[in-house]
Write a protein that binds this ligand. Sequence first.
Ligand SMILES: Cc1cc2nc3c(=O)[nH]c(=O)nc-3n(C[C@H](O)[C@H](O)[C@H](O)COP(=O)(O)OP(=O)(O)OC[C@H]3O[C@@H](n4cnc5c(N)ncnc54)[C@H](O)[C@@H]3O)c2cc1C
Length: 122
Amino acid sequence: MAAVEGFNRAVRPGTFDPGSLDSCRAEGLDPPKSHWARPIDTPPYYGYPLRPGITFTYLGVTVDEQARVIMQDERPAKNIFAAGEVMAGNILGKGYLAGFGLTIGSVFGRIAGREAARRATA
Ligand SMILES: Cc1cc2nc3c(=O)[nH]c(=O)nc-3n(C[C@H](O)[C@H](O)[C@H](O)COP(=O)(O)OP(=O)(O)OC[C@H]3O[C@@H](n4cnc5c(N)ncnc54)[C@H](O)[C@@H]3O)c2cc1C
């Protein structure tokens, strides 16, 4: 209850617009809520458990077309290969297409596996 009352006190008047970064903010909260802040004062209330996950970080290692990891000297490692999330930034710099996560893992997993086997049996 104290958390809700504190939040409500922090809410500043604004014009609510769920479709844009509106002017409804709450002052003095940590982390700050810069938009869509509205007092919680009208029932009915609903609670939902949230379990966030990271789909992409867009960061990770760089690979070449053989899935070899590019090292700091900008040369490909002979025996380090990467596939999937850890190298997805090579394919997607931003945004997302449905199914791309598993596609990147499958396609580069096959390439990395093939190249690692080739290296191991050379
Ligand atoms: C909520 C959510 C929804 C998604 N929906 C889709 C979708 O609909 N379609 C789609 O294509 N993609 C989707 N993705 C993305 C997709 O799930 C991922 O891109 C894919 O699972 C990545 O596979 P990966 O093998 O590269 O990495 P991961 O599946 O993350 O596997 C990495 C593994 O390494 C292990 N690990 C980490 N550190 C260590 C360590 N030090 N030692 C040993 N093991 C370690 C981890 O425990 C994990 O098992 C979704 C992702 C999320 C989070």
